[in-house]
Design a protein around this ligand. Sequence first.
Ligand code: SIN
Length: 358
Amino acid sequence: MSSISNVSENTPHLLILGMGGTIAGLASNPEENPLQYQAGQVGVDALVAHVQSVVPEGVKLVSRQVANINSRNLTDAHLTSLGLTVKDALLDAAVQGIVITHGTDTMEETGLFLQATCGKLAHTQSKRVILTGAMLPSNAPGADGPSNLLDALRWASTSIDNCPGGIYAVMDGRGCMAIDLAKRHATALNAPLQNAPSSSVGLINPSWLSGVKAVQAAWNEDLPIPQEGEWPWVEILTSHAGARPETITQWLSSSVQGFVIAGTGHGGFHDDWLKPLDQAMAQGIALVRTTRTGAGATLPNIPEIDPLGCRPSGSLTAPRARIGLQLALNAAKQANKAGKPLTWQDFFARIADLPEIR
Ligand code: SIN
């Protein structure tokens, strides 16, 4: 672990965890072509040092590099390591809040993962865990990383009365619950939370806050973090015009444990997939339906009766549903080992049926 300002780890502080991303990116010719760059090049110490002189007085900062990657390369192992680090920090009395600098490409997956595995703990410990990132590399003119990091640090250090402990994200001056992240624009500065219910981080919106409290009241128990190497294998398959049965049948001899269908419209899939998907479920492969449209919920038995055992994803996007299914399969396995007759559907429903913030 590295410390900024020689802060002892027993002194109350904010912990900044570096995962990489564009916020830590460097362009080779930033003036001419800021969008041609390598993500995950600058250490989190340097990112924090850059904003340290403007953090609120008295706030001590400690940073730790967990990874320094382009988040498109995020692995199950990275999530295990981040989740365990966050859990430890939430239980550490000296840590007042946690900010995570992360690539925006898969912030959506990490947001769902942290809510499902650490959301209850963050709430009961009254600590905010805040994901942030950037759409422009650190050396681009007008780079958005420093202001995003500063907003996240300010928010993480403000009184808990302003907004309860929990798992959040900040980009472009706005904050949202991390489970609502979904990158829906390739370049806009607010891309990961463009479609998310959100609030200005400077002035928390009361109606958003009551939505946050409803989600937190409904989230009763964190799911276990899968150990490295124990993550179930789950794939996302997109239904489209001209879809072929082979897209499904080719998996049937593999050890895949779950499919998330990014379906058309209400989350339907091509009729040519019906038979092979039935066969997949008969083999024990878990099936979740979601919509590829980018917005709106996937509901049970809409538009047709669901095949037995198939679960619709509610408002979860396909990337979020994939992480949710991995965690649900792992949680069911752990529960069964402990003699509890719970299914992956039981655990998945806890995530998919959380109230939506309007
Ligand atoms: C990444 O996700 O690491 C690259 C893209 C970004 O951070 O915006």
